[in-house]
Ligand binder design. Sequence first.
Ligand SMILES: [Zn+2]
Length: 450
Amino acid sequence: MPSSLQRLIACGLAGLAGIAVTLLVAEQTQADAFDRLTEERLGRVHEAVTTLRTRRTSQQRIGPYREYRVNLHVHSAFSHDSRGELPAIVAAAKRAGTDVLMFTEHPADHYDFVTDGHSGLHDGVLCIPGAETNGLLTFPKASMAGQGTLEPADYARRVRQQGGLSFLSHLEERLDWNLPGLTGCEIYNTHADAKEEERLFASLQNPLWLLRIASLIKAYPQEAFSALQDDPRLYLDRWDELCQIAPHTGVSANDAHENVGVVIKLAADGKVAITDPLDDPLLTLDLALVKPLLPAVDQAAEGTASEGAELFRMQLDPYEYSLRHVGTHVLAREQTRPGIEEALLAGRAFVAFDWIADSRGFNCWVRGSTQRHELGSVVPWTEAQRLQATAPLPGHWRVIGDGRCVHETDGATLDFPVPAPGTYRVELSLDVAGEPHLWVLTNPFYLRDR
Ligand SMILES: [Zn+2]
């Protein structure tokens, strides 16, 4: 298949965030999505996550808050690069175990993302309207119409003055990442992770490979989507630096669009039309050329399908799988916009790759001699303080203090005497078919020198 297909698929992905694709050429030191997209590998990953599910123990949450799973950075049909309608997105969110959708549309003249955006409870899922604009994921309280040309720092400040939230987006593209007025930043971005999959995109040029992964995606949709998960070290390093300057709530960004894939339809004069899922044409080929590759084309050739009939569809990023891949678990008093906002402002949240295993019930706190502090707390350090956590599954724990790993242990619990003031956060990894994967990333505790 011509290179235009690869280019156009790459452009489709780039369109997700309105930026140019930069395929980062990195030394292949560990497995990437290309290595993981084999039948043998996906089968083993499927087995591993199925086993983890059976071993998971449910955890009783300690403390006054309830846990809500939030997906930030979600696009719908308001955005030029998505066709997603609200009922379908809400249904996908429910299947993925999501309680709150924080939409981040691309602003345009035909609507106001604040006043027209999806809001309120829909079938039990709370929707909060927002936008991906000015380098931010932003959730203002009042219309920002006419303010799109503001610098990111001014935009964030104005949103904060209204009581809204802003998170820095796409840290990998930015040099100006320390801005006043931010609530926090993305600490993982699915699209940024996908962009690094150089070999995957190169392989999409090969129609045989395309068809082979189409059957794999059908057999293992979640494992195939989540094959793109790599360690977001650049994001985490920058986040650690920001948190040492001031508290920054870390959130995960799904960048969900449901717009990456290939559709083949029967066209006139013995041709087939290949488009992306948004119906943008990619190329036209002779039916005879693709016939050996597609069983459905046989029917078409025999005249049982009419012009426009869909012969083949490969969707790489259905909402359900992109929403389940990663989520931000927020500890809030209630499933309302003020409740969720208050928790995000306080940093009372952890990020989890729930495709591996449901992280609900994970808990992490700092206990002093008399008080217990929740995630995100800014409190004086005392010698008695211990950083403690429990998880629904045993894994490998790392405590990060001021950006450096200061403690490692294995098991289902963590108990670390905090030796000195500093900014402390926790990473928990699980082994998935022989490969370590980050599972949970907590927000920091800011333990200050008196
Ligand atoms: Zn986006």
